[in-house]
Ligand binder design. Structure first.
Ligand SMILES: [Zn+2]
Length: 95
């Protein structure tokens, strides 16, 4: 049998994260009313109530933006490479 557990969950991660400080236990989901628009865009946040550590589960929107940046949208303008002249070498043995 196939188990597809994560498909159902769209906004919430499957597991509640724990604070890096073991004794603090599980972290609290941050309600959207306590988030800035930027934080809401970034994804789902969890906070430790005791030491204010935070964990972010990135949203699809943020992931897409990051992937775009890695591809060089902002910082590497030269993505185009000349792709010609390959066919010339293939014809070497003609005749
Ligand atoms: Zn903590």
């Amino acid at each position: 049998m196939k188990q597809i557990g994560k498909v159902r969950i769209r906004n919430m991660p499957a597991l509640r994260p724990r604070c890096p400080v073991d004794a603090h236990g599980f972290m609290e989901w941050r309600p959207s009313s306590r988030q800035t628009p930027e934080q809401l865009f970034c994804g789902v946040w969890y906070d430790c109530t005791q030491c204010k550590s935070s964990v972010l589960f990135p949203s699809p929107g943020l992931k897409a933006q990051l992937a775009d940046m890695r591809k060089g949208g902002a910082h590497q303008p030269s993505r185009k490479r000349p792709r010609q002249k390959v066919t010339r070498q293939l014809r070497r043995a003609d005749g």
